[in-house]
Each structure stands twice: as C-alpha cells, then as structure tokens.
Design a protein around this ligand. Structure first.
Ligand SMILES: [Zn+2]
Length: 208
C-alpha cells in the first residue's frame, strides 16, 4: 500500500505511516500517541466480533438481569427495567444517559460496522459508506457499556444491605457482550478503515 501522510490525533504532527506487518503499530515520535495498528485479516475479525457482540447484546435484553429476594418474595428485573429503575428514583437523566451509553450507542456503533463491512465486501461501495464511517468514529467515545456495568455493581453494594441479590442470565450475556465489544474496538482502526475505503475509491484523500 502507498505510504500516506497522517496528522497525529493528539499533537497534529504530520508524518508518513510506514508499511506495517501483522501486530505492528505506528506511534507518534513526539507524543507517543498510537496512530494505527495493523492486524492481518482485520476486517474479517472486526465483522466477526461485531456480529458476536450484537448477538450477546440481543440475548442480554431477553432474560432476567438481576434477581431480588426480599421477605420471601422474588423479583426479577431485565436490563432495561434495571435502567428504568433509576428514573423511578428521580434520576431520569441518569436513566437516559445509561440507556444511551449502555445500549443505544453501542447498538448504533455495531450496526454501523456491519454496514461498513458489507460495503467493503461489495463490488462497489454502498451509498453513505463514508458518512457511516464518520458517524461510527463520532460515537466511538460514547461506547460506555463497561462504565454502566461498574455503576450497576456499585449500586448493588448498597442494595445488598437491604435485599438478597443475584445476577440473572442476562448479566452473563452482558459481560460477554462487553468482551466482544472490546475485541471489536481493538480491530476498529480509523487509519486502516480509511485506507480500505480509499483503496476502494481508487483515489486518495486526507484522512479525518
Ligand atoms: Zn503526537
């Protein structure tokens, strides 16, 4: 692949990215920011982990997320009901924030990757591929599923003094979803994806 100049995301230093081998990364010499990592067959791995994450996210919505035992009564909450419980405690903005960052944004991000992968594997690029890639990059920092999990665990410490709590099947699926999402993010490399896009377009533009 032709060498291209890229500006460092952190310090704006312009530099050429050399040809990278499997698992090699390019690092900014001025600030140490990781500019890109190259993995062999990264687009295939990206799609595989994306689809896995989507399946686990879907499963995590279907079954009980948390089970409560209080005075001999058992109550189960799904993932969405667990988030909704914050709004019933007058934390409506917390509830909206958690719902967006734990479910909606990861879902939109994963669906964007499916579309981009589908487009890259098509003979001709599908419409709005570039816009979808830009959208995925825009919402990338708002994938906060693991922060949601930590906040749930912290809340549980308080609840455990009042009731007996156990994790449901959905909790396990949600952890598997976070693991798959982390693997997806490992292969989601803006420079490599832009390189594929530009190769498909048969012309070179400046990356984002
Ligand atoms: Zn830099």
């Amino acid at each position: 692949m032709k060498k291209r100049k890229i500006a460092c995301h952190d310090c704006d230093l312009l530099m050429l990215i050399p040809h990278l081998k499997h698992r090699q990364k390019a690092v900014c010499p001025r600030c140490g920011f990781i500019l890109t990592r190259f993995y062999q067959h990264a687009p295939v791995k990206l799609l595989a982990f994306t689809l896995t994450a989507l399946v686990f996210l879907t499963f995590s919505l279907k079954f009980p997320f948390l089970n409560f035992y209080l005075h001999g009564n058992e109550q189960s909450l799904t993932l969405i009901e667990s988030i909704q419980s914050f709004s019933s405690l007058n934390y409506i903005f917390v509830s909206i924030f958690l719902f967006s960052t734990a479910i909606v944004i990861p879902l939109l991000f994963l669906l964007s990757i499916v579309y981009i992968s589908w487009s890259f594997n098509s003979k001709l690029l599908l419409p709005l591929t570039m816009q979808t890639l830009k959208f995925a990059l825009l919402i990338l920092p708002w994938n906060m599923a693991e922060i949601f999990l930590v906040s749930i665990l912290i809340s549980l410490i308080k609840i455990m003094t009042l009731a007996n709590v156990s994790f449901g099947l959905s909790f396990l699926f949600y952890i598997l979803f976070i693991m798959s999402l982390s693997a997806t993010l490992m292969y989601f490399d803006r420079y490599q994806l832009w390189s594929i896009y530009q190769l498909k377009m048969k012309k070179y533009h400046d990356p984002i």
